[in-house]
Design a protein. Structure first.
Length: 364
């Protein structure tokens, strides 16, 4: 104890002696052996996680708002284009592609040591109007799609590290989605989707290729259909690397059902991507909803449960957890769900919410 007090006194004296009148006095904490003690810095998500932490972004937000760009760079190690790399955004005519936004994002990612996940090559809801109006038969349709996949994946070869090749094939319950673009053309739509994976693989053999959908861990029928498709793909040499569940869930989502479904999904042995994570809090869509401390804590606990659950995966199946947005200021849910909704990790002023700490605490 005498030694500690002596050192403290000596350090204090030295500090006072070296300070001019207008300088601040700095006190140094020391342990029982007299060694300086530095407080443990709080890690960011990307610093703590042993897998990629992603966020969906829009080019205009990165360009126009410094706080948005800084938040992405501080907390995330991967980005997904929220809409600029979907087919309807890129494929402007039968003879032209618009790569402007996608190129901006890939350059931003490269310049800042981020990975970029491509979303999405084939989605029934993102075929451009000119393409749908062309009324192609199945052969011409697939020929055009093959060219598109080959060109786009080839354009981003080595830059986009992974792709959602196919998005949202199955309806709730597990039947093929009753959409008007693909199903009417093909006797075997799943076979067509499998060939899309092969076209992507040929264009960039190093890219990881995913199937992406929503409610996967909650909808047993949809999950069974996805697993059946994966089994067929593996048997037929279709190069699928992973499955994404979007995870647009809520604070009142049943956790045991989530865990059971997640374990079942992981039984595919593929990479697992929580691909579009946000957690709704205003579950009743109430105009009088208040996001108070109790509600914030419920959201924090939900995020922690999800990241803890993800960490229980075998290490070789962990791909990324990606939030669908960065800040509550820009979330699709305020227009799609309710104006009083606060689903992300940072508030509208880019402050960390309790949800951020919950996410962080769930990481190993």
């Amino acid at each position: 104890m005498i030694k500690k007090q002596y050192i403290l006194g000596l350090l204090t004296a030295l500090l006072f002696a070296s300070c001019s009148n207008d300088e601040k006095t700095v006190f140094i904490n020391v342990d029982d052996n007299g060694s300086p003690v530095n407080p443990t810095p709080t890690l960011t998500l990307k610093e703590k996680a042993k897998f990629k932490i992603g966020a969906a972004v829009k080019m205009k937000d990165l360009q126009n708002e410094t706080n948005f760009k800084n938040a992405v760079l501080k907390h995330y190690s991967q980005i997904t284009a929220e809409y600029e790399m979907k087919m309807a955004s890129i494929w402007t005519s039968a003879t032209a592609y618009n790569y402007t936004a996608g190129d901006y994002l890939t350059t931003f990612a490269k310049d800042n040591n981020l990975e970029i996940h491509g979303h999405t090559l084939v989605w029934y809801d993102s075929f451009p109007e000119w393409f749908k109006n062309a009324k192609y038969d199945s052969i011409a349709f697939e020929t055009k799609v093959k060219i598109y996949i080959t060109d786009v994946v080839g354009h981003y070869k080595g830059k986009v590290k992974s792709w959602d090749v196919v998005n949202e094939v199955f309806a709730d319950g597990g039947a093929l989605r009753n959409e008007a673009v693909i199903n009417p053309l093909f006797k075997d739509p799943i076979g067509f989707y499998g060939r899309c994976f092969k076209y992507a693989k040929a264009a960039d053999p190093d890219a990881k290729l995913f199937y992406n959908d929503y409610s996967v861990v909650f909808d047993a029928g949809k999950r069974a259909a996805i697993k059946k498709m994966v089994t067929r793909f593996k048997a037929n040499g279709v190069p699928i690397d992973g499955v994404g569940d979007q995870f647009h869930y809520a604070t009142d989502t049943n956790r045991q059902t989530m865990k059971t479904g997640f374990t079942d999904l992981a039984s595919t042995g593929l990479l697992i991507h929580i691909s579009e994570l946000d957690i709704k809090v205003n579950t009743a869509k109430s105009d009088s909803y208040v996001f108070n401390d109790v509600e914030q804590q419920k959201q924090s606990e939900t995020y922690k449960y999800i990241t803890t659950m993800y960490e229980e995966l075998p290490q070789n199946q962990k791909f990324a957890i990606s939030t669908w947005g960065v800040t509550d200021k820009y979330t699709w849910l305020t227009s799609f769900w309710h104006s009083k909704e606060y689903p992300l990790l940072l508030d509208a002023d880019y402050n960390k919410k309790p949800a951020y700490q919950g996410f962080l605490d769930g990481l190993k």
